[in-house]
Design a binder for this molecule. Structure first.
Ligand SMILES: [Zn+2]
Length: 129
């Protein structure tokens, strides 16, 4: 259940759930937890600014389910691009709200290269209320 390669493959099998008729850019994210996984896909809208990113969708699913984020182990972000794409600034801030600074985020495109970042690397100067 916690194997990174297995979870990458499960993400890739969900590219067909992305709603990306405008960009054809598919993103699938999984938050792997001790006993459960939460997925998110990008959901575009013809009014582009209303698009929901996969990472935000994934974390929102976990919040909606009442996840205790202490049980979260790592996150994977997969895209249908050749190279990895790192999360956008908005998603980085969203991650910082729920995930610890040293939390691992693995990214991967179609080239099979897995890169790993920690939340503190993705957003070193988090907005704090
Ligand atoms: Zn985003």
């Amino acid at each position: 259940m916690n194997d990174i390669k297995e979870n990458i493959e499960s993400c890739k099998s969900l590219f067909n759930r992305c709603y990306s008729p405008y960009s054809k850019f598919n993103v699938v994210t999984v938050l792997v937890c001790k006993n459960k996984k939460y997925y998110g896909v990008n959901v575009e809208n013809c009014s582009y600014s209303l698009t929901i990113c996969a990472e935000t969708n994934c974390l929102s699913n976990a919040v909606s389910d009442g996840l205790n984020f202490d049980d979260a182990l790592y996150m994977i972000v997969t895209t249908n691009t050749a190279d990895e794409i790192t999360p956008c600034g908005s998603c980085r801030q969203f991650m910082a709200e729920f995930l610890p600074k040293n939390f691992n985020v693995h990214t991967m495109g179609n080239n099979a290269i897995v890169n790993t970042y920690q939340v503190k690397d993705l957003i070193p100067y988090t907005f704090i209320k």
